[in-house]
Unconditional design. Structure first.
Length: 207
């Protein structure tokens, strides 16, 4: 099946409220034949959510757009065979796994894994203000997240930014609960150390 042309980066066609819309899987769908939602419906309801997660994982607009595009390509190819369940959880898994694959691929190729700080600044394009504020974290926090190893970054973002439970994170990452706890604990320690170092450096400059 050919992939449909699409544009899923944030834009004026979707509001913040649309990203929080209910899953296309309605309650009680198990009891009846499930009809896959239309392509437009999936993108309209979930594109902002996917882009927001992709940006927080990757730390820059270019990679976030690529991850979002690839996520919906995967969704489009698999939608007909999708079994009713937590649609948002399915999207979390696809987006996060694509990010981890990207990070591992870059590591193998010995490419620079982290963008320059300027790459994380908002571009000059017309991005809706609400989407910008929902997507972008505090610059120091985003920079500290970008320094974490990908597996730790994914666990921290899913837990402390996206609000997933440890069990949901384990399902998303395909790891045991103990591994989730360990990654979040160590990730928070690394994040705290990085933020403290940034503040100390800023204090020396001000002094």
């Amino acid at each position: 099946m050919a992939t449909q042309p699409m544009s899923v980066a944030p834009g004026t066609d979707r509001t913040h409220e649309s990203s929080a819309s209910p899953s296309p899987v309605s309650p009680g769908a198990e009891e009846a034949a499930w009809t896959p939602p239309s392509w437009d419906e999936v993108v309209r309801q979930h594109a902002d959510r996917v882009y927001r997660l992709a940006y927080r994982l990757s730390g820059n607009q270019h990679d976030a757009e690529d991850l979002t595009q690839e996520t919906f390509i995967r969704v489009f190819r698999s939608l007909a065979s999708y079994k009713p369940g937590t649609f948002e959880g399915w999207l979390h898994r696809i987006t996060t796994n694509l990010f981890l694959d990207m990070a591992r691929r870059r590591s193998r190729l010995r490419m620079e894994g982290l963008p320059e700080d300027t790459d994380r600044l908002p571009g000059g394009g017309p991005t809706p203000e609400q989407v910008f504020h929902d997507t972008h974290l505090d610059p120091d926090l985003q920079a500290a997240l970008d320094k974490l190893p990908p597996e730790f970054r994914a666990a921290i973002v899913l837990c402390d930014v996206e609000g997933l439970s440890y069990e949901e994170i384990g399902t998303t990452l395909g790891v045991k609960l103990g591994t989730v706890r360990s990654r979040i604990h160590r990730g928070r320690q690394m994040l705290k150390s990085s933020l403290e170092a940034t503040r100390e450096q800023a204090g020396r400059k001000d002094g």
